[in-house]
Design a protein around this ligand. Sequence first.
Ligand code: MG
Ligand code: MG
Length: 273
Amino acid sequence: MFRRRRPAIQVKTAEQVELMRAAGLLVGRTLELLRDAVKPGITTKDLDVIAEANIRDHGGVPSFKGYHGFPATICASVNEEIVHGIPSSGKELRDGDIISIDCGAIVEGWHGDSAITVPVGEVSAEQARLLEVTETSLWHGLAAGVAGARLTDMSHAIESYIRSQGRYGIVEGYGGHGIGTEMHMDPLIPNHGAPGHGPELEVGMCFAVEPMVNLGTKDTLELEDGWTVITTDGRHSAHFEHTFAVTPEGPRVLTALDEGREWFAKLGSSNSS
Ligand code: MG
Ligand code: MG
């Protein structure tokens, strides 16, 4: 079997982007269900059950389940866990926690991938601010995803926004990616770095952008379960992600219920026409 030697970015037709939207919408709606379900006392396994049922009931397939042996539909990462936490019936959410929920689904062969971080009950101002900074940095990255831009323009937009907001640890070694007929495709999209590098973005390319931001150090550690990634100083971490398509009208956020209109208007992007 031939493998290409140099990374090539899959370009979708307008019809294929519509199929990606179906997958993205299912993921986005599933995450909204989970956001509503998060409360003290619920377990991360309970959330996983809700996610899998909703995806399957709507004709999708959970893409994480079985991915390199991952055992669940969502990644559920609480507090100092950054990403790839495994849902567990022994892990009950408590007032004051924050939980990052990452979810992916396949519909008719096309992938959607998105993540949110949600406060459990009452959280501190510092935690709330972490969530706000991380989510806003995601939208700055997405807004840079326009035809003719270079890949690392997104990386730079994410990093420079976070740095403008204070001292945070920006996680390295994990990041965004191309997406389409597979969840993880070329290229990787770092959440930091200088602008103007990497391939030029073209209409029909689809990417998942996903900043991970820590209250303390950027340094990470993978637990012995082979999945869960935590901060080395135990301070909390947030993660937000969306899948988008480069379109002639600007970035179309496939996993956002409103395709990003409200956020882009807020950022003053030219996307809202
Ligand atoms: Mg994800
Ligand atoms: Mg992803």
